[in-house]
Design a protein around this ligand. Structure first.
Ligand SMILES: C[S@@+](CC[C@H](N)C(=O)[O-])C[C@H]1O[C@@H](n2cnc3c(N)ncnc32)[C@H](O)[C@@H]1O
Length: 260
């Protein structure tokens, strides 16, 4: 999908999307009111300072790309500041992830795609009872992420190095744990659907899946549509840049486009 096409899709999404008004599902309304649009004054000063430092970091590392790669840069030597620029999301997503852990009393987060460790840190910060397992295929990038976790004094993050397809099964937690699985790497249709299938093996009514970049390409939109239509999927929220999936069978199956 070209950038122009992504912009057109985004505008269409914003026109169709709901905020609180018009949402009749009490579950989704509560999520919007108490989590998505919550008045959040939490302090992430150290994390945001670290992110700014990474956005100006002139060191070069050699990356191993096991995924769909960047649309921008195809060679293997990268400036850390470029990795930070292209792989990190606006802080509002990190803050949302942190609120979700608090609201749903999440016990485990599994992340596919550590990169420099920013989203793992947002999940983990001020949530000492949470365990985060994050998987990354690039050893040099993971080294920087590990240093970042140390700088932020985050002791609740475990890292696994390797290909998602080889490491995801061992990261999965026993069925029934309050878990969030964040799919944020290798944004290709078939691969995304394979990871989804693997993660479904342990899914319970308490599981929440978050998919990044669901409209990054035509293939990713197709993958997202298949995820929405899967018989185990119950409620989905399309926030355009991310998609959230709930599996609680007590809820009425529905798909929502939400403004964020
Ligand atoms: C978008 S970045 C993750 C960003 C990070 N979650 C954040 O928000 O701070 C995706 C990462 O996934 C890794 N990756 C992509 N495909 C992979 C695969 N098949 N196995 C392991 N790692 C992979 C890339 O090396 C890259 O660092």
């Amino acid at each position: 999908m070209s950038h122009l096409n992504t912009i057109v899709q985004y505008v269409k999404h914003q026109i169709r999307a709901y905020n609180r008004h018009g949402i009749h599902s009490p579950f989704v309304y509560a999520f919007l009111e108490d989590v998505l649009y919550a008045d959040d004054r939490s302090e992430f000063k150290n994390l945001e300072q670290l992110k700014n430092a990474l956005l100006n970091d002139e060191r070069v590392i050699q990356i191993t790309d096991l995924g769909a790669g960047s649309k921008i840069n195809q060679n293997n030597n990268r400036l850390i500041k470029d990795i930070a620029k292209h792989s990190s999301k606006p802080s509002k997503y990190g803050r949302l992830f942190n609120r979700m852990v608090k609201y749903y009393q999440t016990e485990q987060v599994i992340e596919l795609g550590t990169s420099l460790g920013l989203s793992s840190s947002y999940f983990a910060q001020n949530n000492p009872h949470l365990k985060v397992t994050t998987i990354e295929g690039c050893p040099e990038t993971l080294k920087i992420a590990t240093t970042n976790f140390e700088k932020l004094n985050l002791n609740n993050i475990r890292t696994l190095q390797g290909d998602f397809k080889d490491r995801l099964s061992e990261a999965l937690t026993p069925r029934g744990e309050k878990e969030i699985i964040f799919f944020d790497g290798n944004h290709q249709e078939q691969a995304t659907l394979e990871y989804f299938k693997t993660a479904l093996k342990n899914v319970s009514s308490k599981s929440i899946f978050i998919f990044d970049d669901i409209h990054w390409s035509i293939g990713m939109t197709k993958a997202w549509n298949k995820i929405k239509g899967h018989p185990q999927t119950v409620v989905t929220l399309d926030l355009f840049f991310i998609g959230i999936v709930f599996f609680d069978e007590r809820l009425t199956p529905q798909n929502f486009n939400i403004r964020f």
